[in-house]
Design a protein around this ligand. Structure first.
Ligand SMILES: Cc1cc2nc3c(=O)[nH]c(=O)nc-3n(C[C@H](O)[C@H](O)[C@H](O)COP(=O)(O)OP(=O)(O)OC[C@H]3O[C@@H](n4cnc5c(N)ncnc54)[C@H](O)[C@@H]3O)c2cc1C
Length: 436
């Protein structure tokens, strides 16, 4: 069944339709920006704002420069699915590349990162609809089921991370679809409203004394002696330290980083408001969901339990909602034929940042600190790595992370433009159709 695609959707993140978020975070005006700061942070998403909070609370003068609106990158565009993101790590390949011990430490730290963010949200009382609702990951092909169970068992040997096996026979308690062949529930995973989380973080950063400037593209950073000169549109500021927190939006003004990041456009749709019976027919326990497809697809109910949000790949150059909304709607109807008549109210996309080894990277390069490359799973990780990179700037022992062990590499001839992606996507699509 294919979507009739008669929907007239709004091309903006559903999260920003929340009218309580409509008023702008008060950011500083240009004249308030000093000519010198202890630390300049480039990028106002989760990574940048989280780093800013830690640094300002340690007493440093912090200026954060954002090229668009605060949170306008991936941080207010994501699905709000929150977990330790183990499956993104590609454990077997990494073990071969980097050795068992460092990979196991990074798995343990992924759980620490998740627990830290949940604790931070609670401690700081950030109102962001955090719900530890659990996640169902369905086997999209019969041959994937055994692998899912094996993966959960292998993880259980490394970390204390519960997983519940769900046979095909019992899966209807978890998901109202025939499209899966059993699966696994990760009962401690969660969901949140990312734009509310981002706003809460910006408020904390402001209270801590961070100066935040929007619509201020940084064009380059040069080092002279102990100082960095940060050139932005309309001015220059000197800083002792600089943090690059630009993730999937890293441009060639930061050439070395640009050549290490593979930006991939990722898209989402949100349905119209639906009766509770329909929502429960999709997600009986109002959990987060995903499958084992190579072309990642995931979905969840909205925090008010009235809509379903679907996420997955995007197509073409730039933001082309007419293409990806149709693709995601077709996917939705294939998995949930009961949504055939459902309209789409919102469609949007943004950039995630992949890396060549599928792990996020943190450290110092070109005299600048950085944290980036969350491979599409950055709600928990960007916040955690933002804090870690700030601790590294502060030279604190807590800044050490097991991810320090992974070198941030590029590939010969890669210039930051992923010309190979269409071919890789086609291959994944081909493999998905065959259940490989
Ligand atoms: C559609 C979509 C769905 C997703 N779903 C999930 C999910 O469900 N769960 C999950 O864990 N993760 C998800 N992610 C990934 C997650 O959102 C990101 O990993 C995370 O938000 C990255 O945060 P960040 O602060 O590092 O980068 P961003 O939020 O992208 O911020 C980078 C900022 O840098 C700014 N910038 C770039 N260059 C400059 C410059 N030269 N000068 C000034 N500013 C600059 C950009 O304008 C941007 O605001 C999703 C992402 C997308 C796009």
């Amino acid at each position: 069944m294919l979507a009739k695609n008669t929907s007239t959707y709004t091309n903006m993140p559903y999260w920003l339709a929340d009218t309580s978020l409509a008023s702008k975070i008060h950011t500083n005006a240009r004249f308030e920006i000093p000519t010198k700061a202890d630390v300049v942070i480039v990028g106002g998403g989760f990574t940048g704002v989280s780093a800013a909070i830690t640094l300002a609370r340690a007493g440093l003068q912090v200026v954060l420069l954002e090229g668009g609106r605060l949170g306008e990158g991936a941080s207010c565009r994501n699905g709000g699915l929150l977990g330790p993101s183990f499956s993104k790590l590609g454990v077997d390949g990494l073990e071969r590349q980097y050795g068992r011990d460092s990979v196991h430490s990074s798995i343990k730290e992924s759980l620490t990162a998740f627990n830290w963010l949940v604790g931070f949200i609670k401690e700081e009382q950030i109102d962001c609809d955090l719900s530890l609702c659990g996640r169902f990951r369905g086997a999209s092909h019969p041959s994937h089921y055994a692998g899912l169970i094996e993966q959960a068992e292998a993880l259980a040997k490394i970390v204390d991370f519960p997983a519940i096996e769900v046979s095909r026979q019992n899966q209807f308690e978890e998901v109202g679809s025939n499209a899966y062949h059993g699966g696994v529930v990760y009962p401690t995973d969660g969901t949140l409203q990312p734009a509310k989380l981002h706003r809460g973080l910006c408020q904390i950063a402001k209270q801590a004394g961070v100066l935040m400037l929007e619509h201020t593209m940084v064009r380059g950073v040069t080092k002279q002696g102990n100082h960095h000169h940060v050139q932005y549109d309309g001015g220059e500021i000197n800083a002792d330290q600089v943090i690059i927190a630009t993730n999937g939006y890293t441009g060639d003004e930061f050439g070395k980083f640009h050549r290490r990041i593979i930006p991939i456009r990722s898209a989402m749709i949100a349905t119209e408001a639906l009766p509770e019976s329909v929502i429960r027919s999709v997600s009986p326990k109002l959990r987060a969901h995903g499958g084992t497809e190579r072309l990642v697809a995931y979905y969840r109910p909205s925090p008010d339990g009235k809509r379903i949000l679907f996420g997955g790949r995007a197509f073409g150059r730039g933001d082309q909602p007419q293409l990806y909304s149709k693709y995601l709607q077709d996917f939705m109807i294939r998995v949930f034929p009961q949504l055939e008549e459902t309209k789409i109210d919102y469609a949007w996309s943004g950039y995630v940042a992949y890396t060549f080894d599928h792990v996020p990277h943190i450290g110092k390069m070109d005299n600048m600190h950085y944290a980036m490359g969350y491979c599409g799973s950055g709600v928990g990780r960007a916040n955690y790595f933002g804090r870690k990179v700030a601790q590294q700037v502060l030279n604190l022992a807590e800044g050490k992370t097991s991810f320090d062990a992974f070198p941030f590499n590029t590939r010969p001839f890669y210039t930051g433009k992923p010309w190979f992606l269409p071919a890789i996507m086609k291959w994944h699509d081909f493999a998905d159709r065959r259940g490989w």
